[in-house]
Every structure is written in C-alpha cells, then in structure tokens.
Design a binder for this molecule. Structure first.
Ligand code: UT7
Length: 324
C-alpha cells in the first residue's frame, strides 16, 4: 500500500458578510441569542455563485498551493449537500471550470461529515495505486436550501468552500474512521423531490429546505465526535497528548466545549473559526485547515485530528501528520 499526504490547501468564501443583527431583521432572533447559543457572529452568503464555482475557486487555490497544475490531478471528489444539479455531479462541473482534463470526478454525500468521507475515499484510491493526485473539496451554498422563515436553522449556516490536494508520498493520512446511522436520518433532513408523475394520484410539490431537531443533533454530535476521536487515536496508537490540533466540524462552540470536557483536554487544542463563517457543512473542516495553513500555524510533524458529524446521520475522523 502507498502512503498519502496533503500537499496543498485552499479555500474560498463569497464576499457578502451577513451579521447576526441583519438576521434579526428577517426572523425573530438577536445577536445575543445566536452568539450565546452557538458562538456564531457572522456568515458568508452567496449572492450569485453556485456550489461548483465556490468549489472551483477553492480547488484552484489548493492546486496552486501544491505547486501543481489542474492537469496533474487525476481524481476530483466534491463533498456537498447543496449541489448545483442532480446531474452532472459538482465534481464534473469543477473539472470543466478548472480544466482538470485528466481527472475522474464524482461527488460524495455525507452532509457535514462529507469532507472526512471524501478524504478517506480519495486516500483509499491513492493507497491502492489506482490514482496518484486527488483534489478533495468540501463546498456548500446552503443559503439556497435554507428555510429563511425558520429561526432555529437559518441563523446557523453559511456558504463557503475548502479544498486539499492529496498525493502519494509520506504517511500523512495516518488513519480515518467513518460511521453512519440511517435510522435517525430525520433529525437533520433536506428532501429532494418526491415521487410524482402523470400516473400517480397526486403530483407532489416539495420544497427542498433543511429542517433539524437541534437538541437531538446536539446530543448526537457530542457523542459522535468523542467516539470518532477516540477511535482514530486507538487505531493509530497515538496518545491524545501527542496531538497538536483538533479541527472539528464548526457547528456550535458549545458542542466543541462539551467534547473538550469529555476528553479532558484544553479548548486551546481545538481550532475554531465558526464565529466568522457559521456552519458551512462539508466545507467547515477544509476551510479551517486552510486558514491554519495560511496563518503558518501548521508545522512539519504536527499531528492533527479532523473530526465531524452531520446529516445521515454520519460521523467520522481522520488523524493526519502535517508533511508540508
Ligand atoms: O452540522 C450539524 C448541524 N446542526 C447542529 O450542529 C445543531 C446542534 N444543535 C444546536 O446547535 C442547538 O441545539 C441550537 C443552537 C440549534 C439550539 O440551541 P438550544 O440551546 O438547544 O436551544 P433550544 O432549541 O432548546 O431552544 C431554546 C429556545 C426556544 O424557545 P422556548 O421554547 O424556550 O421558548 C426556541 O424557540 O430558543 C428559541 N429559539 C430562538 N430564539 C431566538 C430557537 N432559535 C432561536 C433563535 N433566536 N434563532
């Protein structure tokens, strides 16, 4: 089996910043409620660009950071809950925009855990020697599937994209773990279309909007992140004290605080940027990783845990060593 490492990161967010105060003009809420319950202060909202455009911009930046060209990429995987279309995949659209003409392209659907699932999928392909260089992107325009009349969800999410380039090389992706529970899928749900045709009794009209049981997702999230972190630590025989950073899915600061308490580790180990972007679902982890990379926080040899949870329900983690 080959070894796999991250050789580049990139991200892109739309320009438009929407503050909590602005949201309080749309739904009955306040900066005080949103900040104290979630930690979120503002988010980016796309005025025009769709998911593939955000993904392509983040992807190109990651390719540039890796000092490669788009034609060097032989696999593109996009994790998204908010694709441009049922078909083609967002990854195929990205391929066309960036000119990754030598790549095979497909999407992965695992909501907020999507990036971990996509990273692990690409890693397996590179490990077996099937592909050499993968572009893995998490990209979301959640604002288009938000119920803007539902204050319990619309204040939490935002738009954005993050990407990494993976390549055969050193042992940078040490271990990954993924889990799913379809039985509790209704806790976090966004329908597509129901069955409806001229032969059915009724032609269904369904709106694709996110709905969520926040309290249930909260409880699940703490358990799922705690389990996922413990799982990758145990599987890789690495002690939590040897971990330099944990990059969690950025949904709610209180969830991250609970996880830190459960694991009995300092909040200083967790990288948090949700106050600026809100929950960008599949994009939160690569967006955070790129911010850390750009800030020069990541040093060669650092051990980092990426961990997420989300709709599906799904959860997972990856333990990586920074080799750049
Ligand atoms: O990627 C996965 C995404 N999902 C998550 O991570 C969600 C996990 N859950 C959470 O983050 C939290 O459960 C929320 C932030 C969604 C809610 O926080 P909470 O502390 O669990 O609040 P709650 O649902 O218990 O609601 C408390 C009160 C309710 O009013 P009553 O029944 O006490 O009168 C809500 O109606 O807050 C009310 N409320 C709001 N008030 C002002 C709910 N949303 C809002 C709002 N502004 N935006």
């Amino acid at each position: 089996m080959k070894n796999v490492e991250i050789i580049g990161t990139g991200s892109y967010v739309p320009d438009r910043i929407v503050t909590n105060d602005e949201l309080s003009k749309i739904v009955e809420t306040s900066d005080e409620w949103i900040s104290s319950r979630s930690g979120i202060k503002e988010r980016r909202i796309s005025l025009k660009e769709n998911t593939s455009e955000l993904a392509a911009k983040a992807g190109l930046r990651a390719i540039e950071n890796a000092k490669l060209e788009a034609k060097d990429i032989d696999l593109v995987i996009v994790a998204t809950t908010s694709p441009d279309a049922f078909t083609p995949s967002t990854a195929c659209l990205v391929q066309a925009i960036i000119g990754a003409e030598n790549a095979v392209c497909f999407d992965v659907s695992a909501a907020c855990t999507g990036f971990i699932f996509a990273l692990n999928t690409a890693t397996q392909f590179i490990k077996t020697g099937e592909y050499k260089t993968a572009l893995v992107i998490g990209s979301e325009v959640l604002s288009k599937i938000m119920n803007w009349e539902d204050r319990t969800t619309c204040v939490l999410f935002g738009d954005g994209a993050g990407a990494v380039v993976l390549r055969e090389g050193s042992n940078g992706i040490i271990k990954a773990y993924m889990g799913s529970d379809g039985v509790n899928s209704k806790f976090l749900y966004c329908p597509a279309v129901e069955v409806g045709n001229p032969f059915a009794a009724e032609i269904a009209k369904i709106e694709s909007k996110i709905s969520m049981n926040g309290r249930e997702v909260f409880k699940f999230a703490v358990k799922a992140m705690d389990n996922s972190i413990k799982n990758v630590l145990e599987a890789s025989k690495i002690d939590i004290d040897d971990i330099d950073y944990i990059v969690p899915h950025q949904a709610n600061i209180r969830i991250i605080e609970f996880v830190a308490k459960k694991l009995e580790i300092s909040m200083d180990k967790f990288f948090v940027n949700l106050h600026n972007y809100g929950n960008t679902s599949g994009a939160t982890i690569p967006l955070a990783l790129d911010e850390m990379n750009k800030k020069g926080m990541l040093k060669k040899g650092n051990k980092i845990i990426l961990v997420g949870f989300g709709g599906g329900l799904t959860w997972g983690a990856a333990i990586i060593e920074w080799t750049m």
